[in-house]
Design a protein around this ligand. Structure first.
Ligand SMILES: Cc1cc2nc3c(=O)[nH]c(=O)nc-3n(C[C@H](O)[C@H](O)[C@H](O)COP(=O)(O)O)c2cc1C
Length: 203
């Protein structure tokens, strides 16, 4: 019997062997934004289980863009190398590896959800958040208003060196531009919990 769920799908140039995608899911299990054995098993087992796309959780493009201090990150070559191992395993087991790159803006610097998820003070490991204005989100501490250059810099943070095809990824400047354009819209809105979007990294 034919099934749409288990039939292949092509989105632009990316081929998926079925229509089962794993959403990005924050694990709050990183130190300094790095993936570890937890992430390898959590993500890798979904590929082995048959999903055709596995998306890495929202990963901060800068340390201050993380929702919590335990979020994943991708702001250095060391992060890219570590995620590259995960991406290769996913690909080797039939899944398209994807990652959600993110900046939490004025909603950053919070505690783990199961500890209440409240904004963290500086002496609790929190940091000064950034936003396009100094208007706070609800009861959160006000963010520091970014300059236009800082906003442009943050947009550029979505397109760092790791994405230029050197760590097992093929990520062209054109794709990078598209992602950046998408981010500009989302970042200026700054209304979402994590202002990221899924980015497919493919062969
Ligand atoms: C533990 C957990 C972590 C999540 N982390 C993220 C995340 O990092 N980024 C995101 O966009 N959504 C995140 N979500 C939302 C999911 O990706 C998904 O959109 C949501 O669970 C709704 O999917 P559903 O309609 O299939 O249940 C998370 C959800 C859960 C349960």
């Amino acid at each position: 019997m034919s099934s749409r769920l288990f039939s292949p799908l092509v989105l632009r140039s990316v081929e998926f062997h079925n229509r089962i995608f794993v959403s990005p899911m924050c694990q709050y299990s990183s130190e300094n934004g790095m993936p570890n054995d937890w992430h390898f098993v959590h993500l890798g087992s979904r590929a082995v289980g048959g999903a055709s796309m596995v998306c890495v959780e929202a990963s901060g493009v800068t340390p201050e863009g993380r929702i919590t201090p335990w979020d994943a990150g991708i702001w250095s070559d060391a992060h890219a190398m570590a995620w590259g191992r995960v991406a290769r395993f996913l690909r080797d087991h039939g899944a398209v590896p994807a990652i959600q790159i993110a900046h939490a803006g004025r909603k950053a610097s919070c505690d783990k959800p199961w500890k209440g998820g409240k904004p963290l003070a500086m002496n609790e490991g929190g940091w000064q958040t950034l936003g396009p204005s100094n208007v706070a989100f609800g009861h959160y501490p006000p963010p520091r208003e970014m300059t236009r250059d800082q906003i442009r810099g943050t947009v550029d943070d979505y397109c760092p060196g790791w994405a230029e095809g050197k760590h097992s990824y093929d990520y062209s400047p054109k794709q990078c531009r598209q992602v950046k354009d998408a981010k500009i819209t989302m970042n200026l809105g700054w209304a979402m919990p994590a202002t990221g979007s899924a980015l497919i990294l493919h062969n």
